[in-house]
Design a protein around this ligand. Structure first.
Ligand code: MEV
Length: 328
């Protein structure tokens, strides 16, 4: 049996606009998804998810004997967010040249599902790493990122950038623009995260922005404006100017709100963080509900968020310089 883990992430800048080729800067955080893979004697897949918002959920199916999982199993998989595991298994089988390999898989995640912290990318990258290693194949972080990206594309109906999966595979702060993905230097970033207990549907939110951008010039301009903010953000990162980073995060949140992907609870948490003295705050990820990220080296934002209506949890998160890795 192999156990691999991969980190979640926050977007310092650039979500949604990255889907249209603008740059983005996601940063891996020390909250991980762990996936264990044990090869079976048959071609069946048994997935058990401990903490994926569905305690103790288990599904078993076979998709290689008749070409596809039966409809009920497939629906359960997608509903449970385990569609990503199914796609990861396919990538592992493909990489190892063993299309009929069966696995017992267990997922344990510290990352809330669909909340903007990259849970699906972390589960997918860790799943590909564990599955391939269990079949005797070792892929580089870049190869895992590429396969995880293909898996996300499949589950999200062709709507995904490389940002989440690359960040989860390599760790650290990264810059993504189209197919160009690389690690960048970052100063100490005092991340504080607020979580409203909810989740957004990434596919639906991305499709909503696409529709708005096709209908209104302002939305296309807004997407480009986010790209400008990211470029300024890169300069502020290189200069280690955390105050300017905060200002730019505030601008970025305003533009995401204009694109219709914020929510009342996300806005409430963003304003609570700003009122508490954070350098800046914005939603992170696809939006619609889930998490905000703020920059504040003091305790003030975390404390204020705990008393903010709509905030279910607030915590500090460190940048994780480790990407996908085998757990001893
Ligand atoms: C979701 O975490 C980030 C989005 O930009 C979608 C993507 O990049 O695939 C909204």
């Amino acid at each position: 049996m192999v156990v691999s883990s991969a980190p979640g992430k926050v977007y310092l800048f650039g979500e949604h606009a990255v889907v249209y080729g603008e740059p983005a800067v996601p940063c891996a955080i020390e909250r991980r998804a762990r996936v264990s893979a044990e090869a079976r004697d048959d071609d069946r897949i048994r997935v058990h998810a401990e903490d994926l918002s569905l305690n103790g959920f288990t599904v078993e199916y076979s998709d290689s004997s008749d070409g596809a999982p039966d409809v009920d199993a497939a629906e359960s998989l997608v509903q449970a967010g385990i569609g990503y595991i199914d796609a990861a298994v396919e990538q592992a089988r493909d990489a190892a040249g063993e299309p009929d390999a069966g696995f017992d898989i267990t997922v344990e995640s510290e990352i809330p599902l669909g909340a903007g912290l990259g849970s699906s990318a972390a589960v997918t990258t860790a799943g590909i790493d564990a599955g391939t290693r269990e079949l005797g194949v070792e892929l580089s972080a870049e190869e895992i990122a590429e396969r995880a990206y293909r898996a996300e594309l499949e589950v999200q109906n062709g709507e995904a950038s490389r940002a989440d999966t690359f960040c989860s595979a390599t760790g650290g702060a990264v810059r993504v623009e189209g197919d160009d993905c690389r690690g960048i230097d970052a100063p100490d970033l005092p991340f504080v995260i607020g979580f409203d207990g909810g989740a957004g549907d990434t596919g639906e939110l991305v499709a909503g922005v696409r529709a708005l951008r096709e209908e209104y010039d302002f939305a296309a301009d807004t997407v480009e404006g986010i790209g400008d903010i990211v470029r300024s953000g890169e300069r502020a990162l290189a200069a280690g100017d955390v105050e300017e980073l905060g200002d730019l995060m505030n601008f970025n949140h305003g533009l995401l709100e204009a694109l219709g992907v914020s929510s009342r609870s996300l806005d409430q948490m963003v304003w609570a963080a700003r009122d508490a003295g954070a350098y800046g705050a914005k939603l992170t990820g696809a939006g619609g509900g889930g998490c905000i990220v703020a920059l504040d080296p003091t305790e003030s934002t975390e404390t204020a968020l705990r008393y903010t209506p709509g905030c279910e949890d607030a915590f500090r998160a460190e940048l994780d310089t480790d990407g996908v890795r085998v757990e001893e």
